[in-house]
Design a protein around this ligand. Structure first.
Ligand code: CMP
Ligand code: FE2
Length: 279
């Protein structure tokens, strides 16, 4: 049975404006760092950068790997860190999250774990692509069923599919072993639905903007940098990139088209240990 969606009422001819933040990898302790980057500080820098823009966003999407240590405090720290944005936050799990602890501790008046959002002319579907105990992803049949039922329930809404794992390979050999392993099947089915206009994910700690031809028009594929460490694009072996922490803004237009850009923290404040060989 399809669970009820959260509905935001904005005029149907208005654009929906989203901020996406992904892979903050927070710790319980404020001095926790991942390969030389203090992840609480880098998230705070991203939040300040977004705040300074005064972007009239409707929602914040947090696309997984909220935690690096599976602690309750790491999730509470995330909720506190995003408070200055004063936006409703919708989250989904990544491979470094514990869904039970996450759902218990991602608590706030406007913090939500539900899978469907109806806003303006759009339906946002938040998918769980995680596989217990594994870094790689897979989309279960139940998630396919959710998408089919959600589209059938709201056939007039454009659809943005949001998830943690990449359904396409990014040409980083070491990282592509952890992609959504049935991504090809997923893409093939989604390309047959006229409603599906975009797919948005995290996990790969790098930007990717790519368009594929669906059977009814283009579908935007979008990956977003982490708010902490960045992976070097097109690398065979694990390698970090020196580009700064980032986030993405999206404007989903009422006609089903979209405008989106990735932004990064200005300056060179965050420099990871480039000799690191993994985590
Ligand atoms: N050297 C490595 N080789 C393969 N996988 C790795 C390596 N280092 C880390 N990983 C895993 O690959 C994942 C990719 O992004 P995540 O943030 O999910 O977390 C990473 C780790 O779980
Ligand atoms: Fe991650």
């Amino acid at each position: 049975m399809l669970k009820e969606a959260i509905t935001y009422s904005i005029p149907k001819d208005h654009s929906v404006r989203l901020v996406q933040m992904t892979d903050p990898h927070l710790f319980a302790e404020p001095d926790g760092n991942l390969l030389g980057v203090n992840t609480a500080n880098s998230l705070a820098a991203v939040v300040s950068t977004v705040q300074a823009l005064n972007y009239p966003a409707d929602l914040l999407l947090a696309t997984g790997d909220i935690s690096q240590d599976f602690s309750a405090e790491s999730y509470r720290n995330f909720v506190k860190a995003i408070a200055p944005l004063d936006l409703p936050c919708h989250y989904l799990p990544g491979n470094h999250d514990d869904p039970r602890i996450m759902n218990l501790h991602m608590q706030g008046e406007r913090v939500f774990g539900q899978q469907r959002i109806i806003i303006g002319n759009w339906q946002l579907i938040l998918l769980d692509s995680t596989v217990r105990g594994k870094p790689g992803g897979h989309l279960d049949e139940s998630e396919f069923a959710l998408i089919r039922e959600a589209i059938a329930a709201e056939p007039d809404k454009h659809v943005l599919l949001v998830m943690h794992h990449n359904p396409v390979q990014v040409k980083c050999t070491w990282l592509d072993q952890h992609w959504m392993d049935n991504g090809a099947e997923f893409l093939a089915e989604m390309a047959s639905y006229p409603q599906v206009k975009g797919m948005l994910w995290g996990h790969v700690h790098q930007q990717l903007d790519h368009t594929i031809d669906g059977q009814h028009g283009p579908i935007n594929l979008m990956a977003t940098p982490s708010t902490c460490i960045q992976f070097k694009p097109l690398s065979t072996y694990f390698a970090l990139d020196m580009v700064q922490p980032g986030y993405r803004l999206l404007e989903l237009r009422a006609d089903g088209s979209m405008q989106t850009s990735v932004y990064r923290v200005p300056g060179e404040r965050f420099s990871p240990d480039v000799k690191a060989s993994g985590y």
